[in-house]
Ligand binder design. Structure first.
Ligand code: 5GP
Length: 364
């Protein structure tokens, strides 16, 4: 096997597309600790109670959701949301993610004067505040995107960012509809789709279906967290809906797989997340193997790089080493993700160009 440092460096240099990353799951640990310490000093939380949870990297799926509740206490004011967004985009750019679909759940927080709309404004402010990188889409104008060329300057990383608004499974139909309305309103500012996420043990599909259907009727693509727990009935309902993409797809049976195959629904694969939350017994046993062997469209993603202490480059490295993929195969994997993005054709063309230019990365 080739030298691991060399392969890691190659995975880092590879242009990558990230389509499944939750904003608040991508917060830097250092920022999270700093914010928690600050709230501790103000007497809002007891810092010592949360510090070990933040620094502990092995967590079950339900522990992760406990941690998300903590994140929501820590990261709820507008300035913090703006700061986190800026840092998250910078972190993705720093590892050569050329296109990022960042997803987040618009939140109301009355005590901070936050509405779903003002939360999204804080996110957009964060995107516009990115200065260490050149935001190709900033301020999300399509003209800007068309003319943008990737800089040859090694110190400047370029990233094209789009947003997906998440519906949390704890929400009511009305709240989910509100999120879709907001996504429609913000479409010209870079919102390209809708996601259904949150604790898979909470909520019913029938609660969210009207909002997801409404999104589709308004031309917004939909991605769904599917099969994170055993729930045959819900998986069936999701496949009946036929989303534009699916996240995870861990607990699916043969019948589900055949239904997924015929419309070729792309799957957002999150190796580390699925392993750390015990959704798969080991990375070696991940359904990636079966999907890869039938050439099913897949995108390697992080899910929550902060929460799971991973990165997109690391996910590529894991795939290369675990499934013994060559550099050409890895390159192709990164390149084919282009076809699954929710952004419009201009962006797709732009990304195709990047990968055509990037023959240099193919190696052996
Ligand atoms: P946010 O939407 O607040 O920016 O990102 C964190 C939220 O994303 C969590 O509260 C949760 O609702 C959702 N999320 C993050 N990771 C996962 C995951 O692995 N599975 C599911 N179902 N939801 C997740």
């Amino acid at each position: 096997m080739e030298d691991s440092r060399e392969l890691k460096a190659w995975c880092l240099a590879l242009p990558k597309i990230e389509l499944h990353a939750h904003l608040n799951g991508s917060i830097r640990n250092s920022t999270l600790l700093e914010l928690a310490r600050d709230l501790g000093e103000k007497g809002i939380i007891v810092f010592e109670d949360v510090a070990h949870i933040i620094t502990n990297s092995g967590r079950s799926l339900s522990e992760c959701f406990m941690l998300f509740d903590l994140f929501h206490v820590i990261a709820t004011d507008h300035d913090t949301v703006t700061r986190i967004t800026k840092e998250v985009v910078e972190d993705f750019a720093s590892e050569n993610v050329v296109y990022l679909e960042l997803r987040t759940t618009p939140k109301n927080n009355e005590s901070k004067g936050m509405t779903k709309r003002s939360y999204m404004k804080a996110v957009l402010d964060g995107l516009n505040a990115v200065d260490a990188v050149e935001l190709v889409s900033s301020p999300f104008g399509k003209q800007c995107l068309k003319t943008a060329k990737f800089s040859k300057d090694q110190d400047r990383k370029n990233i094209c960012v789009r947003l997906i608004l998440s519906i949390d499974r704890r929400e009511t139909t009305a709240a989910a509809m509100e999120t879709v309305d907001l996504a429609i309103e913000l479409r010209d500012l870079g919102v390209v789709g809708i996601d259904l996420s949150g604790n898979p043990l909470v909520g019913n599909w029938s609660t969210f279906l009207p909002a997801l259907t409404y999104a589709r009727e308004n031309g917004l693509p939909v991605t769904i967290h599917c099969g994170e727990v055993h729930n045959k009935e819900e998986v069936n309902a999701i496949l009946d809906f036929c989303p534009d993409r699916i996240g995870h797809a861990c607990f699916l049976d043969e019948e589900d797989w055949s239904r997924l195959r015929s419309p070729q629904i792309p799957i957002e694969i999150c190796l580390t997340s699925n392993h750390k939350t015990n959704c798969v017994p080991s990375i070696k046993d991940h359904h990636f193997v079966d999907l890869y062997s039938i050439n099913h469209p897949m995108i390697l993603c992080t899910d929550d790089p902060g929460l799971f202490s991973s990165s997109v480059s690391n996910e590529y490295y894991l795939a290369a080493t675990t499934f013994e993929l060559s550099r050409s195969e890895m390159y192709r994997l990164a390149q084919t993700a282009t076809e699954s993005v929710f952004a419009d054709d201009a962006v797709k063309c732009f990304l195709r160009e990047i990968f055509e230019d990037g023959k240099i990365y193919q190696g052996t």
